[in-house]
Write a protein of this length. Structure first.
Length: 148
């Protein structure tokens, strides 16, 4: 007959493993018994019309109906874009070394970027000019710029 392969240290390790597993189950049962969570309804939180958190559900009579097609996402397109007609403005800034500047439109008071390639004659700061606008990569650009 062969001798048993279980040594004293193997038996001790197995006992410790079983004890650890048993302790873990006991702790799990204690946590379940002590939990204060309760039901789902007691854990629910609601937000009222002022943005405050409360434990009472909102009043369904105060509910507003929102039509999804009325929601605007982003900036709306400008519908009052001036046509490609000639506009008048004054050069508010001009940098000769870099070859660009800005024209302040006399009617709408908006600044429009202008590059030296968009001018028909040499301009300087303070000149009154006529120009047309085209859409560029970063916004509206003045083109066909002439002194008045």
């Amino acid at each position: 007959m062969a001798k048993s392969q279980e040594t004293f240290s193997k038996k001790e390790k197995e006992k410790k493993r079983l004890k650890k597993r048993q302790d873990k189950l006991v702790k799990k049962e204690e946590r379940k018994a002590d939990s204060v969570g309760g039901s789902l309804e007691s854990m629910m939180a609601y937000v009222d019309e002022y943005g405050n958190i409360s434990d009472t559900p909102p009043d369904p009579t105060k509910k507003k109906k929102i039509i999804a097609s009325n929601i605007e996402i982003g900036v709306p397109k400008r519908e009052d874009e001036p046509e490609a007609a000639a506009r008048q403005g004054k050069i508010s800034y001009w940098n000769d070394s870099k070859g660009y500047g800005f024209i302040k439109d006399l009617v709408t008071q908006e600044n429009v970027f202008v590059h030296v390639n968009g001018t028909l004659e040499t301009v300087k700061e303070g000149d009154t000019v006529t120009f047309e606008v085209e859409r560029g990569q970063k916004g509206m650009n003045a083109v066909r710029v002439k002194k008045v």
